[in-house]
Design a protein around this ligand. Sequence first.
Ligand code: NAD
Ligand code: WQD
Length: 350
Amino acid sequence: MKILITGGAGYIGSHTIIDILENTEHEVISIDNYSNSSPATFDRIREITGKTVRNYNIDLTDYKSLRDDFFARESDLDGVIHFAALKAVGESVEKPVMYYHNNLNSLINLLKCVEKFDIRHFIFSSSCTVYGNAEAQPVTEKTPTQQPESPYGYTKLVGENILNDFSKTKEGFNSLSLRYFNPVGAHESGLNGELPKGRPNNLVPVVTQFAAGWLNNLWVHGNDYETRDGTAIRDYIHVSDIAHAHVLAMEYLNENYGQFQYDVFNLGTGNGVTVLEVLKAFENKSGLTLDYQIGPRRAGDVEMIYADNSKAKTMLEWNPTRSIQDAMASAWKWQKRLDQIKRDDMAHHE
Ligand code: NAD
Ligand code: WQD
């Protein structure tokens, strides 16, 4: 198969490219405008896999360029895995129009091209954020979705609807929305991981950057939740397990071509873990002690969410194997590598 990965220079996209190159014969091509990443990702992919991936630096919101500079040239594509999106929840509240514009127009332009160039398969990166503050845990794919807390969340919920509606009308096409829970960790080599531009918002990069001295404080956002230690519960899923699910999902779309049009899968471990348990796993793997502080709850946070992943396990034959300890060990390995790169750069400039 020949597969387009949008957002291939990003965190989950790059790990998925690595998995595809390591485990399949598929050809991959990326589109990424580096709005939250850099071309260095493709050097890291080459270092790990020995393979060179072509990237088109195209903004997916630019339909003409997407159609003429990409799809018209790469017309024999079998499928698209659409990762590219802006993903900072807080920023989306500050800049809603930017988020709706980027995330929705990117998806719409891709689907126009899928229509025009008759592409068979499509996978959309969705999120557990579509469940909002669900009453019963764990959440299954049948748990009703809720009005999201943020414009970012809306782009995922609306994105799913757009893809579902499109899939119903298009002959010879099938698609999936994959709802990721909290992706964490790095490639086990420590050579590729998460590097958001600016100050990170997500817990694990905050922890590793704090431990490396890049950040001055580590706040635990609230310890008065109704949970076993008072801190919020999430389902932290290793990025390499998420990546592999895309390989299986593409196989599933291909094998069941003509059998169904659209479906949804949860991608989580099935285990709920508290913030303090994440910090302990990090301390355990790094041998360091984290001098964290307890702060107030963060606006928009839910108390608890974790996945029922039995649908993906059964139908995709997906078996997430990596633990939170594995995730923290690899994330820390990656952070130490970044630290070394930063030191080398500084020495170079002195
Ligand atoms: P990321 O920011 O690391 O990667 C996204 C990539 O898309 C970036 O490299 C960025 O430069 C690119 N991009 C964004 N807008 C673009 C555009 N208009 N044209 C071309 N390229 C564009 O994010 P990630 O963590 O890898 O997330 C991938 C997907 O998974 C996103 O859709 C995100 O919403 C979704 N998701 C992420 C998480 C998470 O916690 N990381 C959880 C659930 C869902
Ligand atoms: C996890 C827990 C924080 C930072 C977000 C999006 C969601 C999905 C995944 C994209 C929470 C706590 C965090 C810190 C802390 N993304 N925390 N101190 O909010 O569960 O999910 O990413 O789709 O849509 O909302 O992830 O990593 O930000 O937070 O105590 O410095 O860690 O309060 O309980 P979240 P997170």
